[in-house]
Design a protein around this ligand. Structure first.
Ligand SMILES: Nc1nc2c(ncn2[C@@H]2O[C@H](COP(=O)(O)OP(=O)(O)OP(=O)(O)O)[C@@H](O)[C@H]2O)c(=O)[nH]1
Ligand SMILES: [Mg+2]
Length: 437
């Protein structure tokens, strides 16, 4: 049986109201101890909060939510007192003295998930709502919390389950089975499932960008002006700039918002062959950041005489040091030309970035925008890959291989809702929460 946890749920510091939350089987006994009686279910009740020796600590409103109709699905007691850090701390101590334990970060939400009150995507939306950096992100997280994203995943899940049942039947009764390659119902089911999964992944990507912002890696050889550009876009001296090639080693991350579009800019080490082990580690990190970014700004020193490395595919080329080369600033056929120290061409580059990822802020207004995380998008892409493979096997007429791919697809969807999730992942997700949530 679960133990009983307690924590201050309001932010640290002084405030009008301070709330202590208790969840677990001891909640009624703790109410008895602290309030002298268990308040009637879900009725705001004025009470004096007392410590284990009967001394008054505070006075406020107590709420009791009996299991299972509570946030965590357990007996929950909420004590709404005054926002005094000292009084709240004494109240927590009194609860601990009577058998409660201090909650870990996210433990209330974790219990809500474990007790089936919300799925994992919704639990993550709780954290995303708290962390929202702008209104669009908050609205999208609220939609995910209400289950908009989960409902879409569950719809895919139900259809996948039906297709699995269909194929398992063909495996169990091979004599009666239709020839798999001629099974038009199966082909149709797989095709629409693939279309809808790809659409879900697309919307998931939009939702992730809305929530986390677009990750933009600033990349290129050493000394081309990467850190200078980061500083100009960030509006302050975030990274060290120097004339020595190989200055930046660590990843330097800066969040900026351009007309409602949240960007995470990542400056990193210049890419080159080197024997310096520290610089080599910097380059390894730079390459990892480049590989997972939504957008790569590849900087080319326009003033250099020697030939410059070829930009990676799909990157946005930015010519730097045009004050030396004499090129005009602004958009050019291959990308943008800037001089970061004077600011020439920077406005055009900002506009270009904004246009490239135009969709999210506008969409947030629309009904049904939802927040998602990178791991959700990765899982949906994995599901789409597996369904695509299953469709290939269907044309070859192999029921076993289809069944295996659909199993993989089903597992991928389960990772989103938390049906198939490792302890490790759960620990990581909930540890990002604040205490008392
Ligand atoms: N003339 C001119 N100099 C620039 C421009 N942008 C950057 N620089 C200079 O170029 C040098 C290198 O700039 P950084 O921003 O440190 O270059 P980086 O690409 O971050 O270099 P690493 O971190 O070593 O890879 C510095 O001396 C900058 O002042 C520019 O547009 N024009
Ligand atoms: Mg640098």
């Amino acid at each position: 049986m679960a133990d009983t946890i307690c924590a201050v749920a309001t932010p640290p510091g002084r405030g009008g109201v301070g709330i202590v939350r208790v969840s677990g089987p001891l909640a009624p006994r703790l109410a008895q101890g602290v309030l002298g009686a268990v308040p009637p279910a879900r009725v705001a009740t004025l009470a004096v909060f007392r410590d284990e020796r009967g001394r008054a600590l505070d006075q406020g409103v107590a709420l009791f939510f009996p299991a299972p109709k509570s946030f965590t699905g357990e007996d929950v007691l909420e004590l709404q007192g005054h926002g005094s850090p000292v009084a709240l701390d004494r109240l927590v101590q009194a609860l601990v003295a009577q058998g409660a334990r201090c909650a870990r970060p996210g433990e209330f939400t974790e219990r809500a998930f474990l007790n089936g009150k919300i799925d994992l995507a919704q639990a993550e939306a709780v954290a995303d709502l708290i962390e929202s950096a702008h209104e669009g992100a908050a609205r999208a997280a609220a939609n995910t919390l209400q289950g908009a994203f989960s409902a879409m995943v569950q719809g895919l899940d139900a259809r996948l389950a039906a297709l699995r049942a269909h194929i398992e039947a063909a495996l169990d009764f091979p004599d009666e089975a239709l020839d798999i390659a001629d099974d038009t119902a199966l082909a149709g089911g797989l095709t629409t499932l693939l279309t809808d999964t790809a659409e879900a992944a697309r919307r998931g990507r939009e939702g992730r960008i809305l929530q986390e912002g677009v990750q933009v890696a600033i990349s290129g050889p050493p000394n081309v002006g990467k850190s200078t550009l980061l500083n100009v876009l960030a509006g302050h001296e975030a990274a060290i700039v120097s004339p020595h090639p190989g200055t930046t080693r660590d990843l330097v991350r800066e969040r900026v918002v351009i007309e409602g579009l949240a960007l995470e800019l990542i400056d990193s080490a210049g890419l080159r062959a080197t024997d310096d082990p520290v610089e080599r580690e910097g380059i390894r990190r730079a390459e990892a950041a480049l590989a997972q970014a939504d957008c790569v700004l590849w900087l080319v020193d326009d003033s250099a005489n020697e030939p410059q490395p070829t930009p990676p595919p799909a990157s946005l080329v930015v010519y730097t040091k045009i004050d030396v080369s004499g090129r005009a600033s602004g958009p050019c056929p291959e990308g943008y030309a800037v001089c970061a120290p004077t600011g020439a061409g920077i406005a055009a580059l900002r506009c270009g970035l904004r246009e490239r990822f135009l969709a999210p802020p506008g969409n947030a207004e629309a009904e049904g925008a939802f927040s998602a995380r990178r791991r959700h998008v990765v899982a949906l892409e994995k599901v789409a890959d597996a369904v695509r493979a299953a469709l290939g096997h269907q044309r070859d007429g192999s029921a076993e291989l289809i069944a295996e791919e659909l199993r993989v697809a089903h597992e991928g969807l389960g990772e989103i809702t938390g049906r198939f999730t490792s302890e490790d992942l759960l620990g990581r997700i909930f540890s990002e929460f604040c205490i008392g949530k």
